[in-house]
Design a protein around this ligand. Structure first.
Ligand code: ATP
Ligand code: MG
Length: 420
């Protein structure tokens, strides 16, 4: 128990963290190219925020939240998604009063959901998310879809399918709800317990139930796309024009409705086929009423969340190697009690911006070389009695075996030259 992480959580170990950093650098780059700046919000918020923001008919709120009372008897919830916290920060700091749109992203935000742990499904996972506040135009919806698509494609995720849909707005959705309810009315008994509940409270959510028998029941359900009002229809058409213009393949999928209650108009998912079945890597949509719902003036918004563990899992599945940085450019080895010049040299090499280290474990010279080799150090810098006496160091390229003895105080330059 003591040495076992809680179920559904994962450590990122020192030997693997470069893979995360690689994704992070690509994500930051993609975001900044489109004018998005980073926003960091707390890991926990007042529970009320998610009840209002995520919606109390969602799986997240009904089943998945990590909620507890703190010592001050306040109800606190660990972030189950990224958007509500971003909206809270926008309102708290009046970001809507600055030049709009306000474009922000978050990276590696820990997200907590009490789910049944399985492949690709954790209780703590991490998301890269992007949100754009204050822009109502479908060009932003398209911008986000394109950004996610390009990012994933460039990383090497294959078989990506861009699925888009519109779930209308409060003007046109009620008519669809009525139509869908009518369609489902005769089938309620064949739905799962969750969907029988959804049928009453939020029939749209029956459409994306993962239970196969429910999927069967909704196969011929009416499409919301036939019920959109003029404004929603025009928005959806413009989104498609943008995607066509950008030349990316997409698919209209009226089964995509998303798990959160706050969406309006555009919803989308980037799905990839894996040997274990379809996996959603990225999901998002427009939420034009959420800011108002949380107490602000109406402000249109759109965003997405991308699961970082799922991206890494896909890269693994496709055997895509992520470039691993070298641990050491140079490893300082020393003989006998020459630890002082070795220590000074190590510090000097680091000060020159090189990745350098020395033995800290009292190993023999032979064992130091073995260790240097094991860590993949490009060069060794050896200080024996002779070098110590003359203030020099013997550099050796571990691969080419090239050797050079140079003054210790100018060694960094030669190291650099020998690294090529
Ligand atoms: P799913 O339908 O798979 O449950 P979701 O609709 O609950 O997904 P979102 O709320 O859209 O997921 O979260 C955005 C992204 O975060 C997902 O597309 C996925 O990549 C990732 N994600 C969601 N839940 C988990 C989880 N439990 N473990 C790992 N990644 C997750
Ligand atoms: Mg889920």
């Amino acid at each position: 128990m003591l040495t076992q992480a809680p179920r559904g959580t994962r450590d990122v170990l020192p030997a693997d963290s470069y893979r995360w950093q690689y994704l992070e650098s690509k994500m930051r780059k993609a975001a900044s190219e489109a004018g998005y700046r980073e926003m960091r919000t707390p890991v926990f918020e007042h529970t009320e925020l998610f009840l209002r923001g995520v919606g109390d008919t969602t799986d997240i709120v009904q089943k998945e939240m990590y909620t507890f009372k703190d010592k001050g008897d306040r109800s606190i919830t660990l972030k189950p998604e990224g958007t509500a916290g971003a909206v809270r920060a926008l309102l708290e700091h009046n970001l809507y009063a600055d030049a709009l749109p306000c474009k922000c992203y978050y990276l590696n935000a820990p997200i907590f959901r009490y789910e049944a742990p399985q492949s690709g499904r954790l209780r703590e996972h991490h998301q890269f998310g992007m949100e754009c506040f204050g822009a109502k135009d479908a060009t932003v919806d398209a911008e986000l879809i394109l950004l996610a698509y390009r990012l994933l494609s460039e990383l090497g995720v294959g078989n990506l399918s861009v699925n888009i849909n519109s779930i209308g707005c409060p003007n046109c959705r009620p008519a669809y709800h009525a139509k869908l309810k009518q369609y489902l009315a005769g089938k309620v008994d064949s739905l799962c317990a969750d969907c029988r509940n959804r049928f009453e409270r939020n029939p749209l959510r029956v459409l994306d139930c993962k239970v196969p028998t429910c999927q069967e029941q909704v196969r011929d359900a009416p499409s919301i796309l036939d019920c959109l009002c003029d404004e929603c229809r025009a928005h959806f058409e413009k989104l498609q024009q943008c995607l066509t213009l950008a030349g990316i393949p997409y698919r209209i999928n009226s089964r995509i409705v998303r798990g959160l209650d706050y969406y309006t108009k555009t919803v989308f998912e980037l799905i990839t086929a894996t040997p274990q079945g379809n996996l959603t890597v990225c999901g998002g949509g427009r939420y034009d009423n959420l800011v108002e719902e949380l107490g602000g003036d109406p402000l249109p918004a759109v965003g997405f969340g991308m699961g970082i563990e799922r991206v890494l899992m896909l890269l693994d599945g496709e055997g895509i190697a992520i470039p691993e940085p070298r641990l050491y450019d140079v490893f300082v080895t020393y003989m006998g009690d020459n630890w002082q010049p070795a220590f000074a040299l190590t510090q000097r090499l680091r000060a020159a911006g090189l990745r350098a280290d020395m033995d800290h474990c009292g190993r023999s010279l032979k064992a130091q070389f073995k260790y240097a080799n094991k860590t993949g150090a490009a060069l060794t810098a050896t200080i024996g009695d002779e070098e110590a006496a003359s203030g020099t160091v013997k550099l050796k390229n571990m691969e080419t075996r090239e050797e050079k003895t140079v003054p210790a105080d100018g060694a960094a330059e030669t190291v650099r030259a020998m690294l090529g």
